[in-house]
Design a protein around this ligand. Structure first.
Ligand code: ASP
Ligand code: MG
Length: 296
């Protein structure tokens, strides 16, 4: 019964997100699974690389570079992208980590951080209300009472969150908050090279995370992007990475990228929150939990 309720809830989340984004003028793209270059994600060093047709392919860790490429074609895009991130096996215990998950990844040409934060708030509230309306029986079966949220959500600067809770602030912030809360202005060392450095505050990024209340942790990450080739290359080098490893992306930046902003929201974490589930494994019929055995 729980499995059935969660599967129905999942379907409403996907449908609600598609409905909202179509109404905002977004076009849905099909995802990429294998790519010559993918998100560096320095916090998750292990990766899967396969050989085919005489070259190496990375399993997608996020579609960030493809999103920047896609907004050359269309101004507002999204995709439900399968991401593989080989998280440490201890992370199985957090209840929040799968090593194969789906990310609703979106990007908007010429958008600012403010604009995508506003979009994110409205998207999350739209899906919350659709689930409340259409999944009453499922929520009852799961013993879940959904909160009511009125944006704008509160904001805290990364430095203030660290001063209050320490570098690992996410869990405490999530536990203490009664509504979703934005964390903004991460320092440059805390994120990947593609998040845009604030021209008015060097060393800080024009980026954000949204954290769920009730201890459910991170909902989404995103921000404005670096889009000028010399800046991207400088940021790659500053992180001790080799620009040659990002050659296909740099070649695209040489041709020209637009300024853009966007975010990625973990779909299974969203379902976990909406369903009030203690472990994320319940969100998938075929979960991939780091280090845990699978049946199929
Ligand atoms: N690439 C980010 C991530 O996967 C999301 C984003 O910045 O759009 O965490
Ligand atoms: Mg994140």
């Amino acid at each position: 019964m729980r499995e059935r309720a969660i599967a129905r809830l999942t379907s409403e989340v996907l449908g609600g997100a598609r409905e909202f984004l179509a109404g905002e003028g977004f076009v849905e793209l099909l995802p990429v699974v294998l790519a010559p270059v993918t998100d560096p994600l320095r916090t998750v060093p292990d990766r899967i690389v396969v050989s085919a047709y005489g070259q190496e392919w990375h399993l997608t860790r996020s579609m960030i570079f493809h999103k920047q490429a896609a907004v050359r074609v269309l101004p507002k895009i999204f995709t439900f992208s399968p991401n593989i991130r080989l998280e440490a096996a201890e992370r199985a215990q957090t209840g929040r980590h799968l090593f194969e998950f789906i990310q609703l990844d979106l990007e908007v040409r010429h958008a600012t951080r403010e604009e995508v934060m506003d979009l994110g708030e409205r998207l999350i509230v739209h899906v919350l209300e659709r689930v409340r309306e259409r999944c009453a029986a499922e929520l009852r079966a799961l013993g879940r009472r959904l909160p009511r949220w009125a944006p704008p959500f509160p904001r805290v600067a990364w430095s203030a969150a660290v001063a209050r809770y320490g570098e690992e602030f996410e869990a405490a912030l999530s536990q203490e908050s009664g509504t979703p809360v934005w964390v903004v202005d991460f320092p440059i060392h805390a994120r990947e090279f593609y998040d845009r450095e604030d021209p008015h505050r060097p060393g800080f990024l024009v980026d954000m995370d949204l954290v769920y209340p009730e201890g459910y942790g991170e909902a989404l990450s995103g921000g404005e992007r670096e889009y000028l080739r010399p800046r991207i290359e400088k940021r790659i080098r500053a992180q001790g990475l080799d620009p040659a490893a990002f050659a296909p992306y740099l070649a695209l930046a040489e041709e020209g990228l637009y300024p853009s902003a966007g975010f990625g929201i973990g779909v299974e974490r969203w379902i976990r929150f909406l369903g009030g589930l203690s472990h994320i494994q319940e969100t998938r019929l075929f979960p991939r939990v780091p280090g845990w055995p699978v049946r199929l």
